[in-house]
Ligand binder design. Structure first.
Ligand SMILES: NCc1[nH]cc(CCC(=O)O)c1CC(=O)O
Length: 318
């Protein structure tokens, strides 16, 4: 079987610039392997409510991803490309994760007025973010920053800085890079200060479970195993804590080369994560282990966070 035998592969994307560019990257990779692709725009509740000036927290799990999954299940598209961090941890019957491409820089960045870095912002500076994870970590820095809820797509959020509505915003570097604006970041935030969301910077490529030939084609063309192992550990933390992707939880894993007792090079997985107590204080922890145990490493780390006082959350529900 060759790629051409798969017919035209319809790839669904949300309408935002960010979504369209990341979908195009996937489409280009498939085309380069001889596939015929068509890009189909699917509008989502998450896009329709972008205009509302309310923070993202509480807007429901999977608002950005469920419309794409619906389009996949009812046959309007064959492949869905999601920002992995926007996908709920629970799987969906009839849909498989076919590939996780190599991820972009997972870190968050600051885009602030007057080229400032966090440490230069005077106390009382207003930082806009709709993310409880970013808010919790900004508050924990003790810089006297005032965190306010904002939302909107990446371009809208940057404009709030340019317009002087806020002194700065915190965004995912991968999102900025995908729309060609990574250069507008005034500081790349060290994960010691700002742990990214589990699976930030990674994409999830889904297809129908029944399309097994398409699934193998997507995997062989797009999948990156090290990225997959890292995000598996990160998302296991989220799942074990029973949290939606909007929760104040950060996790970042790396697959690193290490030497075993006989001096042979082995790959190991190193994971760090934080959650918050009921009072809003940060609880951090880290762990390392064998890459094959990625999911277990994430689960155990979540258990340690709970033992250290992290607030357990209700099971994912809309
Ligand atoms: N929550 C919105 C969202 N979903 C995915 C990205 C881009 C980064 C990524 O793909 O992980 C962003 C923007 C942001 O967080 O600044």
């Amino acid at each position: 079987m060759t790629a051409a035998d798969l017919g035209t592969i319809r790839i669904g994307t949300r309408a935002s610039l960010l979504a369209r560019t990341q979908t195009q990257t996937v489409a280009d990779a498939l085309t380069a392997r001889g596939a015929e692709v068509e890009i189909v725009h699917v509008s989502t509740d998450g896009d329709r409510t972008q205009a509302a000036n309310t923070p993202l927290a509480g807007s429901g799990v999977g608002v950005f991803t469920s419309a794409l999954r619906d389009a996949l299940l009812d046959g309007r598209i064959d492949v869905a490309v999601h920002s992995y961090k926007d996908l709920p941890t629970a799987g969906l019957s009839g849909v498989v994760l076919a590939a996780v491409p190599e991820r972009a820089d997972p870190r968050d960045v600051l885009v602030a007025r007057d080229q400032m870095v966090l440490g230069e912002l005077p106390p009382g500076s207003v930082i806009g973010t709709g993310s409880p994870r970013r808010a919790a970590q900004l508050n924990a820095l003790g810089l006297g920053l005032e965190v306010v809820g904002i939302r909107g797509n990446v371009e809208t959020r940057i404009r709030k800085v340019t317009d002087g509505e806020v002194d700065g915003v915190v965004l995912a570097r991968a999102g900025l890079a995908r729309i060609g604006r990574a250069g507008e970041a005034t500081e790349v935030l060290d994960p010691l200060q700002m742990l990214p969301a589990p699976s930030q910077g990674a994409l999830a490529v889904e297809c129908r479970a029944a399309d097994t030939e398409l699934e193998s084609f997507l995997r062989s063309t797009l999948h990156d195993e090290s990225t997959f192992l890292a995000v598996t550990a990160e998302r296991a933390v989220l799942q074990e804590l029973g949290s939606p992707c909007s929760a104040p939880i950060g996790a970042l894993a790396d697959v690193v080369e290490d030497l075993d007792d006989d001096g042979r090079i082995v790959e190991r997985l190193s994971l760090r994560a934080f959650a918050t107590t009921a009072e809003g204080a940060l609880v951090r922890n880290s762990a390392t282990g064998e890459t094959k145990d990625a999911e277990q490493i994430g689960r155990s780390l979540a258990a340690e966070l709970l033992a250290d006082g992290a607030e357990p959350r209700s099971v994912e529900a809309p």
